[in-house]
Design a protein around this ligand. Structure first.
Ligand SMILES: Nc1ncnc2c1ncn2[C@@H]1O[C@H](COP(=O)(O)OP(=O)(O)O)[C@@H](O)[C@H]1O
Ligand SMILES: [Mg+2]
Length: 141
């Protein structure tokens, strides 16, 4: 296990950090994005998607309602948001096992809500407010 800590003062720095983090990830990875509403999980995702060459940040939108967004052709990144899910059985309808089998980076907002039902082998990115900016920790399996 390794832990790295970063700071990002604004949205642009957050996207730049996402690009740096993208370079730390293997092609196939499950990444938990942990942080309150408005922490910057989707913003960091924009940078990771950009860093992986899957799409431009402007094309990345929150999967709050779609639950799953895909980026790249072939798909390199899945961006999932479990905020609206209430029951573990709803998780089963998403087809996550099939997604986890693909050679792709799978970013999951609110994964901690369903920790027991998700694979243990994962990266964890935690985001906390720090003044007007954010402190980000990146943990490898
Ligand atoms: N490092 C940062 N510093 C300051 N504001 C940020 C930072 N990262 C993102 N934001 C801002 O925080 C707000 C919420 O970001 P968002 O990524 O949608 O959060 P989440 O997905 O965690 O709910 C946006 O207005 C975004 O511009
Ligand atoms: Mg979000």
């Amino acid at each position: 296990m390794s832990l790295q800590s970063f700071a990002a003062a604004d949205e642009d720095e957050m996207i730049a950090l996402g690009e740096r983090i993208a370079a730390l990830l293997p092609r196939r990875a499950i990444v938990w994005l942990i942080g309150n509403l408005g922490a910057g999980k989707t913003t960091l995702t924009k940078g990771i998607v950009k860093g992986l060459g899957a799409a431009d940040p402007a094309e990345v939108s929150s999967p709050t309602f779609t639950l799953i967004q895909e980026y790249g052709d072939p798909v390199r990144v899945y961006h999932i948001d479990l905020y609206r899910l209430e029951q573990p059985r709803e998780l089963a309808t998403l087809g996550l096992d099939e997604i986890f089998d693909r050679e792709a980076v799978v970013l999951i907002e609110w994964a901690d809500k369903f920790a027991r039902w998700l694979p243990e082998d994962r990266f964890t990115i935690a985001i906390e407010a720090d003044g007007d900016g954010r402190r980000i920790t990146f943990q490898s399996p």
